[in-house]
Write a protein that binds this ligand. Structure first.
Ligand code: ZN
Length: 139
């Protein structure tokens, strides 16, 4: 069995961002040479997410509004976590609901995604360097 590991780095200029990383994951799959297997993609920070859904402008803004309704960034004083001096209590909660990782099947050397499925990096406390792990195993 082969195994191929790479890290993607992000430093978004805004606090929150939703980035389609499917082309980057496809590149990594290509260089792995793996034809049949599984591809794990996970955020390595507890204030960022990796999830799969549609790359559609309206939906991306719906996510952002919905997450802000569930866990508004301000007032930062509403979060006990921020008593530590941080201001990212909301980002931890946003990450929890959007998820840490995805696993995608690799079939015939391609990501075996559904018709509109795309892999996204969701950033909830940006403006600093953060990593995403891509690990592909198979043959
Ligand atoms: Zn924190």
């Amino acid at each position: 069995m082969k195994s191929h590991t790479r890290y993607l780095w992000f430093e978004t200029p805004s606090r929150r961002a939703y980035i389609n990383i499917t082309p980057k994951v496809e590149e990594i799959l290509e260089e792995s040479g793996i034809i049949e297997g599984l591809c794990l993609v996970n955020a390595m920070h507890i204030t960022a997410a990796v999830y799969i859904n549609d790359d559609e402008e309206g939906l991306l803004s719906d996510y952002d509004r919905w997450l802000e309704e569930l866990a508004p960034h301000e007032p930062v004083s509403r979060y006990r976590h921020n008593d530590t001096g941080e201001d990212n209590g909301d980002a931890h909660l946003k990450r929890q609901i959007m998820g840490r990782e995805v696993v995608v099947a690799v079939t015939d050397g391609k990501l075996d995604l559904g018709p509109w499925e795309q892999i996204f990096y969701g950033e909830f406390d940006g403006r600093r360097p953060k990593r995403v792990l891509v690990k592909i195993i198979g043959e």
